[in-house]
Design a protein around this ligand. Structure first.
Ligand code: PMP
Length: 426
């Protein structure tokens, strides 16, 4: 280790539960890969799970497993209580107005598709516009393209700067009388840029345009208050915030959700069914057709408890310290260029190294036990805009240590030396 981050902020150190020791809550991190201690720096793809979340899944299946809402027996009542209590936790966590605004879905991708098909499709006409940005994940592009194809609407794309900042004045000019929805990410998974979503919502609302915020990379890393942001929809995934896979949330403003038709039909989302006519259930059940991921929702609730115990501001401060340390440390690697240097950034470091392919870099790092990601990060249009095929990406979580960033840098120095030797050797 070459040193520790200077000035670890007060909030990070004077926390209810010290973040430094929280790493021990993650059993998976305590292992070796290729004979080296695992260094997990792929947190933007998915985060690891604390023991509490893992135990909650096991406990549910060992003691309480039953289907929700329908059974009049003890287990079903227990399962229902826990499932619905997870909804209350989510409501509190993002400060939604009422629990009916919290819809459990599979993840961010499903949440965005739900809005595209149930909110947007019925109101879109040929020539209408959906506004997104150049830094969106495919999940916040393709669902809009699908609905545009279905209706003759048009996708418009607000530009970013070379450093990965949204050009707000241009975005504002692009909101027009034909704009039916603006969809924007809060944090870019490929660049780390943090967008001023509350300002963006204000601009859009001035022209009565609703806004969906993709919160996949934000919600586990910083405080999120959907009412302070003012957005109409907010989408996120449990697995990127220390919860299980296969569970996520769509928050929607109640008045909008009330007007939207269900997007999937089946059990649970109905009040009564006859062959002539079906009456739909009330919110939020209207949007939860079929047996939900009950254990997943319960596990997500426990992940929320876990995050709240550490404190989201403390997590954010700690990750900002790690980001500053990593940014300085990576500067020591010859030929390395960071991709994404917006002033407001989350702890995601995308980079290129002169003459080296991102996949080669990550393959060599893997042999050192360092897990990073290489490629387009599900943001091919962003890579095209930046004129690059992809990057290597190290994405941090609060449980990462400065020593792990040192291991990354050591690995990168080896990669550079290895390929330089190869070249010198002809
Ligand atoms: N949006 C962003 C910004 C993401 O980073 C991701 C996941 N990489 C998604 C959407 C999609 O999330 P999921 O695969 O969990 O649906």
């Amino acid at each position: 280790m070459t040193g520790t981050p200077t000035g670890l902020s007060q909030a990070a150190t004077s926390n209810r539960r010290p973040i430094e020791t929280a790493r021990n809550d993650f059993p998976i991190l305590d292992q070796t890969v290729a004979g080296k201690p695992l260094v997990y720096l792929d947190n933007a793809a998915t985060t690891q799970k604390p023991r509490r979340v893992i135990d909650s899944l096991r406990h549910y299946y060992e003691h309480d497993n039953a289907n929700v809402h329908r059974g009049i027996h003890e287990l079903s009542e227990r399962a229902t209580r826990q499932y619905e209590s997870a909804r209350d936790k989510v409501r509190d966590f993002i400060n939604a107005d009422v629990r009916e605004e919290i819809i459990f879905v599979r993840g961010t991708t499903e949440a965005i598709n739900l809005v595209a098909q149930s909110y947007l499709r019925p109101i879109l006409a040929a020539g209408d516009e959906i506004l997104i940005t150049e830094m969106e994940h495919h999940s916040n592009i393709v669902p809009w393209q699908l609905v545009a194809e279905q209706t003759g609407a048009r996708l418009r794309v607000a530009p970013i700067t070379d450093s990965g900042e949204l050009l707000l004045p241009t975005l504002a000019e692009m909101i027009g009388p034909r704009t039916r929805l603006l969809a924007v990410t809060q944090v870019s998974n490929a660049l780390g840029s943090i967008n001023p979503v509350a300002d963006i919502v204000r601009l859009a609302h001035e022209q009565a345009v609703p806004v969906l915020v993709d919160g996949a990379q934000a919600v586990g890393h910083m405080p999120v208050d959907v009412r302070a942001i003012g957005c109409d929809f907010y989408a996120f995934s449990g697995h990127k915030m220390y919860g299980p896979t296969g569970i996520g949330v769509l928050y929607g403003r109640r008045d909008l959700l009330e007007k939207m038709p269900p997007w999937q039909g089946g059990g649970e989302m109905i009040r009564s069914v006859s062959f002539e006519k079906t009456e739909y259930n009330v919110l939020p059940h209207k949007f939860e057709a079929g047996t939900p991921h009950i254990a997943g929702a319960i596990g997500l609730g426990v992940a929320i408890d876990y995050i709240e115990d550490l404190g989201r501001s403390a997590i954010e401060c700690h990750e900002q310290d790690l980001l500053a340390y990593a940014t300085g440390a990576l500067a020591r690697v010859p030929g390395l260029r960071l991709v994404g240097t917006a002033p407001q950034k989350a702890a995601i470091l995308s980079f290129l190294i002169d003459g080296l392919h991102p996949h080669d870099i990550s393959t060599v790092l893997d042999r050192e036990g360092v897990a990073v990601r290489a490629g387009h990060h599900c943001a091919m249009p962003l890579m095209a805009r930046l004129g690059i095929p992809g990057t290597t990406r190290a994405s941090l979580a609060f449980y990462n240590k400065p020593a792990e960033i040192d291991a990354l840098v050591r690995g990168l120095l080896q990669v550079v030396a290895f390929f330089n030797r190869g070249r010198a050797g002809g």
